[in-house]
Design a protein. Structure first.
Length: 477
């Protein structure tokens, strides 16, 4: 007689079915143990085929390298790219891996107790060419290490999970960076190049060797519900860096980092100018940031392909150096224009507003000093800040002022040890309305009746993209 028992345990997203098969009560020691896991999650697209990393020999013991298992599983799933799509399930466990490439029509799904660990063997991060729009690596001239999770020329990629973790184990790389022992530029945690339709959601990203999320030369990107944590003194651990990308939506993210929480970029000096690919149509909303040494949202410093139409709304900063900061320099070329910020609370800041036209930091000596960036039409409204050392430090470029700056409905509570002069402004032009403490005269006060600074009313295409619920059950031993 066969006897089966089903045990159901439901958590918020996971339904765990433990199926115990007994051949007979007398032979209970021969029972087979199958785990059938069912889960559902929101995503932009669902897949017809799912495999588990363990089907390809994955070992989640925190020390065995799974690079081959990841790559073989994904190569297997790539056959479904034009046939329903493939999904790789990462079960609970600690899965060490070096860099691996994704494929199109593909989902990487992490169980809530899954941890992907970046390999501590640098040979597991193969060398690749520098980005054409940078001309060289950022840490060192020449090539760079691959990113941990990467892909090029892909369409429709989802990286998600039930708040599972990707841990770059970056300390090794930070030490090498600090001791100037890096021959090549560090890899990132996630980098997708020349790709379209990307969703990165519901994950924790910790201890990246360098930047965390780097979409580059890509479009239609959603980054949602991501927690990013890195020590606040770790070098260049930026959160999310859209770089020469169009149609980007970043929402519901919590970021603690050693560098900018979000940094919008588009290439470096003469390399970025000749590549000529801007970042545009970007939405950032419901972002909470802790970044004691850097900006909540940086525009630049690499902005040589241009940055246009960025909308930041409902942003919260705690203990950060500056708010939405423009960083540029003669030699960068390009532009930063049509930037809209509305609804920003800040607590403990060095500078609530900061723009820098003399950032320097050139790729090499071959930049054109006459390539002057154009900075115009930058709006901030509904800002409340507390415990601020300096309200604003707005420095444009001599003979090429930053123009069309507007600040309205802004109240800045100064710190006990604040600078005597709350605002300093040079080489900028603009207006203000209902700003306290009163800004510098270069931001001409329009009076309280002037109304808010401009903010676009038409929606961006990326705002129309909706999620569906994907439901799966998979069995594995
Ligand atoms: C990923 O694919 C690219 C080619 O698109 C290749 O250059 C690179 O070495 C691959 N990376 C890994 C880790 O296999
Ligand atoms: C990816 O696309 C870019 C731009 O279209 C192209 O230059 C590059 O050769 C492609 N790379 C691969 C590996 O197909
Ligand atoms: C994900 O994990 C982080 C860190 O443990 C936690 O703060 C956050 O609330 C979690 N998010 C969700 C949606 O469960
Ligand atoms: C001014 O900003 C505050 C805080 O963001 C907001 O609650 C208020 O509605 C704004 N006032 C106007 C007139 O927009
Ligand atoms: C205000 O900021 C200073 C640093 O500038 C910090 O030491 C202090 O704790 C902050 N005070 C409050 C009340 O947050």
């Amino acid at each position: 007689m066969e006897l089966q028992r089903f045990l159901r345990i439901r958590t918020s997203h996971i339904l765990l079915l433990l199926v115990f098969g007994f051949l007979s009560l007398k032979a209970a020691e021969c029972r087979r143990h199958r785990i059938l896991e069912a889960f559902d999650y929101p995503a932009t697209s669902c897949r017809a085929h799912t495999v588990s990393l363990t089907d390809f020999g994955g070992v989640g013991d925190g020390s065995t390298s799974n690079t081959k298992a990841f790559q073989e599983a994904i190569t297997h799933l790539s056959q479904f790219s034009s046939n329903g799509g493939g999904q790789l399930f990462i079960p609970a466990g600690k899965w060490v891996t070096g860099s691996f490439n994704l494929t199109s029509a593909f989902t990487l799904y992490l169980h809530k107790d899954a941890v992907i660990l970046g390999s501590q063997d640098m040979n597991e991060w193969p060398l690749i060419d520098p980005l054409p729009s940078y001309g060289r690596g950022r840490d060192a001239p020449g090539g760079r290490y691959s990113s941990l999770i990467t892909g090029s020329n892909l369409t429709d990629v989802v990286i998600t999970g039930d708040n599972g973790t990707i841990d770059g184990q970056g300390a090794l790389w930070w030490q090498k960076f600090h001791s100037k022992k890096l021959k090549y530029t560090r890899g990132y945690l996630i980098e997708l190049m020349y790709s379209n339709q990307i969703l990165i959601s519901n994950l924790q990203l910790i201890n990246s060797p360098s930047w965390n999320v780097h979409p580059v030369y890509s479009s239609n990107i959603i980054v949602k519900g991501i927690t990013i944590i890195a020590p606040v003194r770790s070098p260049n651990t930026d959160g999310i860096n859209p770089d020469s990308c169009t149609n980007v939506r970043i929402e519901d993210c919590y970021i603690v980092s050693g560098d900018d929480c979000v940094a919008i970029k588009s290439g470096w000096d003469e390399y970025g100018i000749s590549f000529g690919m801007p970042t545009k149509q970007v939405i950032i909303r419901r972002l909470t940031c802790i970044s004691p040494t850097s900006a909540v949202i940086a525009l630049g410093s690499e902005m040589s392909g241009g940055i246009q139409d960025v909308r930041a709304e409902d942003i919260h900063a705690i203990d950060s150096e500056s708010g939405v900061r423009i960083k540029t320099a003669p030699g960068r070329g390009g532009f930063v224009k049509d930037i809209y910020v509305r609804g920003f609370t800040m607590h403990t800041m060095k500078w609530a507003f900061w723009m820098t036209g003399s950032y320097g930091s050139h790729a090499d000596g071959k930049y054109d000093p006459n390539a002057i960036p154009v900075i115009e039409s930058i709006s901030y409204s509904n800002v409340i800040a507390e415990n601020v050392t300096m309200a604003g430090r707005l420095e444009g470029i001599q003979n090429a002022p930053f123009t069309g700056i507007c600040i309205s409905n802004t109240t800045i509570g100064m710190a006990v040890k604040a600078k005597k002069l709350p605002w300093t402004c040079t080489d900028i032009q603009g207006v203000s309305s209902s700003v306290s403490p009163p800004p510098c005269p270069l931001l001409r006060d329009q009076g309280p009746q002037a109304g808010p600074c401009p903010y676009p009313t038409e929606r961006l295409a990326i705002d129309e993209v909706e999620m569906t619920t994907c439901t799966y059950s998979i069995s594995h031993l």
